[in-house]
Design a protein around this ligand. Structure first.
Ligand code: GAL
Length: 635
């Protein structure tokens, strides 16, 4: 399906909230959008209260006018269903449809995202508003795409969720006997005699059962997906030609399994908000882009980013001139079919009144709007690159189940799975390597190297996949705790590693967590931080050993084992960035880019984004400091 419908080149624009402004501003908006090169806007994301002011009573007049004006101005519309923010009348009439936190507190309206996807009243109201929008706008000439909901994220531990969870469990396990076995129910007297005895894993006295928690996370992702699919199917039925999406993010805010979701959307859309103001923002942008492309299996769309600021936990930091364009180009070079933002016009009021925008409070005569306009008007010049594939021969495993399972408090030492994945990606990116991500059970055949950072949960199927990949000539690199448990969070006995001790040629015999801040040196390879393992050689060669540390001094730290046509490397500890860099040097993983310089080859084209304050030259292409270029790739 061609998407967004009616846009051949790159999309440029953002969330547009005309309902927050008087009608006379709307004409100005369209004029300024055209001036800035904006060709796509996302309308209606949080507009439920304005679209359905009372149950079953709709007010579409304002939206009709907005869509007609946009159409007349040649601006395409990504029309949202507003279900991420139920209106006050709904939540007061259906308090049971508000989400309940793990500590039992039921949230109230006053912000957004207060919904429980398992509540029947919410499901019904969501279908109703989606159907009403579909009926009215499915044939509107401005409609380029549907945007269902927004950043699915409200986990609910309500009684509705609990009931649906039991149905999900029964479908998965069939019998209570199987559930009890999978959950290791004999521990702490958690053996269930009736399905109704199973609860959502709310706050409890001490540690929760990890298998119970993992299944609830899987269930929550599936329950949200059902909610999405109900709306998608209604929209699809109204006009099968219009593509449908919803927006993902990286991290806890959107706790879904993108490998399962991606096939259900017509395009993968992603909201990228780096959380560090320094050069890590560029590393994170590249990470987000590579994840999105991998979930999509090709082109995707950057749906949101901030125009003028990078947000961190200490507050926002202004983007220096040119940084907005460079971040956008990091995404476009890595397969995004455009650069979209939150938001078009900065709001006067509301919780996000200080969030940046393409059109700032001070209006068009601003540095920001000039920069936005300049960048928007250069994009048609690179439209010919759209659709060219990004070639990657290295994949990093991305396992939502390992992320969820390592967030439990019961592990030997805290594991930051998302950081471990991000770390591998940033070290590769700083060495100029553009990597894909892959699912542990996905097709790995096109990669020469697969890196599995702390892939804690390894199902039998995933383990067999890695065995097959390596036997067929692949190079596998796995790090500590990989394959520690199976899909039920039960430990793989006799050496962990997902039962792949023959593949790695080692057995892991003990986990050796160490105090935060303490390091164990490795010969010629930096140091292990926080975590290392005692490893017994069973055929593998030792690449480096621990130089210090009780129990581990002189023991293997990094090993390699030939297997079939390929080889399996094992890193039995948490390495710092420089040690991974050293290992990747050994593996000859390097590309033309480097820290501060993104270089991505796509078909005949080479994209270069220079984040440094020095002019850069890559082959024949010269890129000024803080700028970007697209040119012919050298033959
Ligand atoms: C996103 C959200 C937007 C806006 C933005 C602000 O998570 O989808 O509606 O809130 O964050 O950064």
């Amino acid at each position: 399906m061609d998407w967004p419908r009616g846009l051949d080149g790159l999309s440029y624009g953002g969330d547009y909230n005309p309902e927050q402004w008087p009608e006379e501003v709307w004409d100005d908006d369209v004029l300024l959008m055209r001036e800035a090169g904006v060709n796509l806007v996302t309308v209606g994301v949080f507009s439920w209260a304005r679209l359905e002011p009372r149950e079953g009573e709709y007010d579409f007049a304002w939206l009709d006018t907005v869509l007609d004006k946009l159409h007349a101005g040649g601006i395409r519309v990504n029309l949202a269903t507003p279900t991420a923010s139920p209106p006050p009348w709904f939540t007061l009439a259906h308090p049971d449809a508000l989400n309940v936190r793990a500590d039992g507190v039921r949230q109230v309206h006053g912000s957004r995202d207060t919904y429980d996807v398992c509540a029947p009243a919410y499901r019904e109201a969501s279908r109703r508003i989606a159907a009403a929008l579909a009926e009215r706008y499915a044939e509107h000439p401005a409609l380029a795409m549907w945007h269902v909901h927004n950043e699915y994220g409200s986990t609910s531990y309500s009684e509705h969720a609990e009931r649906a969870f039991r149905v999900w469990l029964e479908a998965k396990y069939g019998t209570l006997e199987a559930l009890n076995a999978a959950w290791w129910g004999s521990f702490w007297s958690q053996h269930y005699g009736e399905w109704d005895q199973v609860l959502a894993p709310r706050a409890t006295q001490y540690l929760a059962n990890p298998a119970h928690e993992l299944d609830f996370k899987r269930f929550t992702s599936d329950a949200m997906l059902e909610h999405y699919k109900e709306q998608r199917d209604l929209l699809r039925e109204a006009n099968p030609e219009v593509p449908i999406t919803t927006n993902f993010v990286f991290g806890q805010w959107v706790p879904v399994d993108p490998w399962k979701w991606a096939p259900e959307v017509d395009l993968v859309a992603f909201d990228s908000y780096p959380s560090h103001p320094d050069e890590r923002a560029e590393q994170q942008s590249a990470l987000h882009a590579d994840l999105s492309r991998s979930w999509a299996g090709g082109d995707w769309l950057l749906m949101e980013q901030a125009a003028a600021t990078v947000h961190s936990k200490d507050g926002a930091v202004a983007k220096t001139p040119g940084r907005m364009a460079r971040h956008s180009m990091v995404h476009i070079s890595r397969g995004s079919k455009g650069a979209m933002f939150f938001q078009w016009r900065a709001g006067r009021g509301g919780a996000e009144q200080w969030h940046s925008a393409l059109l700032p409070h001070a209006g068009k005569n601003t540095r920001m709007f000039r920069e936005v306009t300049e960048f928007g008007n250069t994009l048609p010049g690179i439209a010919h690159t759209v659709g060219e594939p990004v070639d990657a021969t290295v994949a990093v495993l991305w396992s939502p189940e390992s992320w969820w399972a390592t967030s439990g408090a019961h592990l030997p030492a805290p594991v930051d799975y998302l950081e471990n994945v991000a770390q591998i990606h940033r070290v590769l990116r700083d060495r100029g390597v553009v990597a894909d991500f892959a699912s542990p059970e996905g097709d790995l055949s096109k990669y020469a190297t697969v890196i599995a950072p702390t892939t804690y949960v390894l199902s039998k199927a995933a383990a067999e996949n890695l065995r097959w990949f390596t036997a067929g000539g692949g190079r596998l690199v796995a790090s500590y705790l990989t394959g520690a448990v199976d899909e039920h969070c039960q430990v793989w006995l006799d050496g962990y590693l997902g039962g792949l001790t023959d593949l790695f040629g080692v057995r892991v015999t003990e986990h050796l967590p160490q105090p935060a801040g303490e390091r164990r040196a490795l010969w010629n390879f930096g140091a292990a931080e926080r975590f290392c393992e005692l490893v017994e050689l069973r055929g593998a060669q030792c690449v480096t050993q621990y130089a210090t540390g009780d129990l581990v001094e002189g023991q293997p730290a990094v090993t390699v084992n030939p297997f079939g046509e390929g080889e399996a490397w094992y890193v039995s500890c948490k390495l710092a960035d420089d040690a991974w860099d050293r290992l990747f040097e050994e593996l000859e993983l390097a590309g033309p880019g480097g820290p501060g310089l993104d270089v991505v080859d796509r078909g005949p084209w080479r994209f270069i984004v220079n984040h440094t304050d020095q002019e850069a030259q890559v082959g024949h292409i010269i890129v000024p400091a803080g700028s970007w270029a697209v040119d012919k790739k050298p033959q």
